[in-house]
Design a protein around this ligand. Structure first.
Ligand SMILES: [Zn+2]
Length: 305
């Protein structure tokens, strides 16, 4: 199948904070062989970012390739055209990717040939805070029946992530789904009832029960659920492996398969599931990586039709 044509003209503004780096150039392998098109070379052919960040990678291309695919660790990135001769891809660095250097290979596939580019991704350590929580023991040490329920629900979530719209649905800037005080930071090392547990994979935003929760950008509802841990929740597919999650809602106001617009109300803040008070758990997953939702707010992809 051909790469879906992104017919609109798009521009990408650079990230202005240290959260994100814009790569304006890559080190093409073809240069090593002194043939093929010439490209500008970035600083050592390297991009870098901290654990949990989204890195925008842009590459120059000749003509119109059939598709441009990247491979980073076990993750596949689909690049998309943003303007003439330029493709972009969003690279998610998982909160638990080990600091170090990794290779990102990018295949630019033309009808008659494929060009492989290679660049180094430096993953830097993020200092995550520690969060101590006290919860009822039956919410932490699960009985057999509850454990089976949690496993089934976890499978349903992973299945939701398995299929996604193969082109970008998001447009322009991403928005915060609700305003409020951050009550649980992304990446926090959690100590629950004195025991180390999984780190926190989203941002908790405290807000009164019933506060409207809006979609962070355009997308399609991939899952609505009422799960043991996450309570009533919505997962939105924004295309190309980018998903947003909204959990612990008091009500879900959208249906599976529904197309939603940026800023559209999808539910209300609540404390369903395992929650100590009304708040929104806002999570973002990008190509299988758990990334900090706030790192998306610095990004703008303005598509014009
Ligand atoms: Zn949370």
């Amino acid at each position: 199948m051909n790469f879906p044509v992104f017919s609109s003209r798009a521009t990408v503004r650079p990230w202005f904070v240290a959260l994100v780096l814009v790569l304006a150039s890559v080190f093409p392998i073809s240069l090593l062989f002194k043939e093929g098109p010439q490209y500008s070379v970035g600083a050592g052919g390297q991009v870098s970012g901290k654990q949990g960040e989204v890195v925008l990678v842009t590459i120059p291309v000749k003509d119109r390739p059939d598709r441009v695919k990247g491979q980073f660790l076990q993750r596949t990135l689909t690049f998309f055209p943003i303007r003439e001769h330029t493709y972009a891809g969003l690279l998610g660095l998982d909160m638990q990717d080990r600091p170090g250097r990794y290779e990102l290979t990018i295949d630019v596939v033309y009808p008659q040939r494929t060009e492989r580019r290679s660049l180094t991704v430096l993953v830097m350590k993020e200092e995550y805070p520690e969060q101590r929580l006290t919860l009822p023991s039956n919410m932490v040490d699960l009985d057999k029946k509850t454990l089976a329920r949690v496993q089934t629900e976890s499978k349903a979530v992973h299945e939701a992530f398995a299929g996604f719209v193969p082109h970008p649905l998001w447009k322009g800037r991403f928005v915060e789904p609700v305003r409020g005080k951050i009550s649980g930071r992304f990446g926090s090392r959690r100590i629950i009832n004195g025991q180390p547990r999984k780190p926190h994979s989203g941002e908790d935003i405290a807000a009164p029960k019933g506060t409207p929760v809006v979609a962070m950008n355009d997308g399609m509802v991939r899952l609505t659920a009422d799960h043991f841990f996450s309570g009533k929740g919505v997962i939105v597919d924004h295309g190309l492996g980018l998903f947003s999650m909204y959990f612990h809602l008091s009500s879900v106001d959208v249906e599976h398969g529904q197309v939603v617009k940026k800023g559209q109300v999808i539910g209300k803040v609540g404390s369903t599931g395992r929650a100590t008070g009304p708040h929104l758990h806002w999570g973002v997953r990008l190509n299988g990586s758990r990334v900090d939702p706030y790192s998306l707010l610095e990004l703008s992809v303005d598509a014009q039709s």
